[in-house]
Design a protein around this ligand. Structure first.
Ligand code: 4GX
Length: 211
């Protein structure tokens, strides 16, 4: 699952330029039985399987160094957002840990995890997409990954407001006109209008962002 998305466009370029060093590890490589067992049934009964502690402890202890932040991905984590992405972009080494279908043995949380993140309140079939979401959001914040244009755009919007409405040509399309003032060339007025629109849109669509 990781091969496709992480070998595309911006992430691919960041890796090739040496701005991002990314490795995918297979938990089964840290098992010692013939079937490469990584999961087992929960004590006390109940549905589903859990990731066994032994392979996870071996893998994480092998892969982590002093500067590593070990991060579990699951719906039980704190909600991932842009502020956390910025924080993680400042770290030397991240180790993202997740699995297929199951949950973690609680001792992994207690002893190995520095943090647990969720990408949102819904349940996915496995943690590969959440890990890639975190990787993507963090990578684009690393110095040199985005062009100057994209980065400065980003800064003006991470002020916590949604984007103002934008239009490109044609000035009239199927009877729908671009607001006249955007064609006026009055840059002071345009700036004011955009600020108002961003605020209105945020208040209407995402009032939680204004709090
Ligand atoms: N935000 N999932 C986690 C359960 C699981 C597997 C292995 C521990 C180890 C999710 C989310 C998410 C699906 C990833 C269930 N737990 N992860 N997986 N939302 O839905 O982060």
């Amino acid at each position: 699952m990781f091969a496709g998305p992480l070998d595309e466009s911006i992430i691919k370029r960041a890796r090739e330029a040496g701005l991002l060093d990314l490795k995918i590890h297979q938990l089964r490589d840290y098992t010692h039985d013939r079937h490469k067992t990584v999961d087992d049934r929960p004590f006390g009964g109940g549905p589903g399987m859990l990731l066994k502690p032994e392979p996870l402890f071996e893998a994480i202890e092998d892969l982590r160094r002093k500067s590593t932040r070990v991060i579990l991905l699951s719906p039980a984590g704190r909600k991932f957002d842009q502020a956390i992405a910025r924080e993680l972009a400042g770290q030397k080494h991240l180790l993202l840990v997740t699995g297929h279908y199951e949950g973690f043995d609680e001792r992994v949380r207690e002893k190995l995890a520095d943090d647990e993140l969720s990408i949102g309140d819904y349940v996915l079939t496995n943690g590969a997409l959440p890990a890639m979401v975190v990787i993507d959001a963090v990578t684009r914040l690393l110095p040199g990954v985005l062009g100057d244009d994209e980065s400065s755009r980003d800064e003006s919007f991470s002020a916590g407001l949604l984007e103002y409405p934008q239009y490109t040509r044609p000035a009239e399309f199927r009877g729908m006109k671009v607001p006249g003032m955007l064609l006026s060339g009055n840059h002071a007025e345009i700036k004011k209008w955009r600020a108002e629109q961003a605020k209105l849109r945020t208040k209407w669509q995402r009032p939680d962002l204004l709090k």
